[in-house]
Design a protein around this ligand. Sequence first.
Ligand code: HEC
Length: 488
Amino acid sequence: MTVRYLLAASSVLVLLTTPVLALAQAHDASVANHRPHYYDAADFGISPDSVTFADHIAPILQRSCQNCHRPGGGGPMSLITYDQVRPWAPIIKYRTAIRDRMGAMPPFFAEKHIGITRFKDDYSLSDIELAMIQAWADNGAPRGNPDNEPPLLVFNEGNEWTIGKPDLILRSPDVSRPAVGPDWWGDIGLVPTGLTEDRYVQAIQVREINDIPSDTGTGTVGGRYIVHHMTYTSGTLSADGTEVVDNITSWPIHEVGRNADIFPEKAGRLLSANSALHLGATHMHSNGRETKGYVEFGIKFFPVGYKPEYGKRGPRTGNGIDIDVVPNKANQEFHNYVVLQEHTKIIAFEPHLHAPGVRMCIEAIWGHNQFTLSCVGYDHNWVKQYVFEDDAAPLLPKGTILHTIGFLDTTKANPNLADSRNWAGGGRRSVSNMFIDLGYSVELTEEQFQAEMAIRRANMKDRNDYDVGCPLCWAPESTDASIAQGND
Ligand code: HEC
């Protein structure tokens, strides 16, 4: 009895004396309960005082931060030289430890320990990198031997395209905003492509060119642009050239700060002969300075003659209409279920909520099994698409129920919220709400589905190995004969 009592008492003591050291994120989606991810460097075999800027921290900043934190980048300060970085050490420690919740740096909010965790262009930090940053900051942010610092990266100072030289550059009509004025939202017209044959797009990048001098300090990204976002489609022009009528393709939404979109090898998007872009919905925002500008579209094509292997896009999930956001309440959950009518490969997950959004998950329900495919944090200051690595992307059989879960917090603890007292429903404005996965999936034929699963099986060591995104990978294979006869 006594021993048990002592044990109990000592574990209480440990609980009381241990600082807030949360190894796993509190997943209840209440902003007030978010816990930074703090690690002990010793658990990774690192002696805390051996961590230096030159040897450990500078390479992390080069890979994950300097693309924004440099002159002309989107971040508010440069994190390039030791002298620039040092004063920020404690704040860097905190913002990186937030990891997958609003406010995290770098802004890539995928949860690391659940579902599929392999994404393209993932510049988030690993556990060991967080441990190093924390040890370094706690230890007074030592420089180490400057000779060991990696050479400074060279950035494109001009407005080069990140997709490389485009095959076609299109330009929107000129737009302008007064220094101060209400937001404007509407159709800014057609942009003929001039194509004389059908072409498939491999990559598209959209950027705003305006008359704000690049050396003007604005403090925020919002001060540099007028086009907040734009949804647009393309299609073949009508005989009189006044509307697009056929071969309608929708393109990823352009949003401030969005990277180029690179389409998968097997899923190029059609831009037809005699087509035009239709810039149907452009949201503009005054930025405190009278601004004139336009939007440019840089397009790279697949070679002439290319045909995409994947045809139709899969369903869009979520619910933008019947939503009921209660005031002043954490841990609100939205659920949406879609039954997949065809075999489906999910290429990208793009949670879209509005200011109350904290997190979104997608789950696959197949037979008795329920798999979490991915969970990511949400910060309404950022637009983030999470593109699965090709050999990790969910491969779901028809009949799977795709379950999307949105988590919201309308309490004062949520810094993105304008007012925690209002009820809100669905709508386009930021004070209204959305709950949609803007990601992207494709339907697969039986043959494509089997072929993709065969590749995944070959990647697994044995039948004890498990692929979260592939519920049927180890199911008995259909015989070629039954596929040929169309028996599912
Ligand atoms: C995609 C662009 C981008 C990347 C990548 C990025 N940042 Fe940021 N960072 C920003 C922007 C924009 C802000 C200002 C908004 C905010 O504070 O959230 C910011 C803010 C910060 C702040 C807070 C500054 C303050 O005034 O308190 C810190 C610290 C920071 N970033 C560190 C980092 C570190 C360290 C990395 C890499 C591990 C990183 N950032 C990666 C864009 C970026």
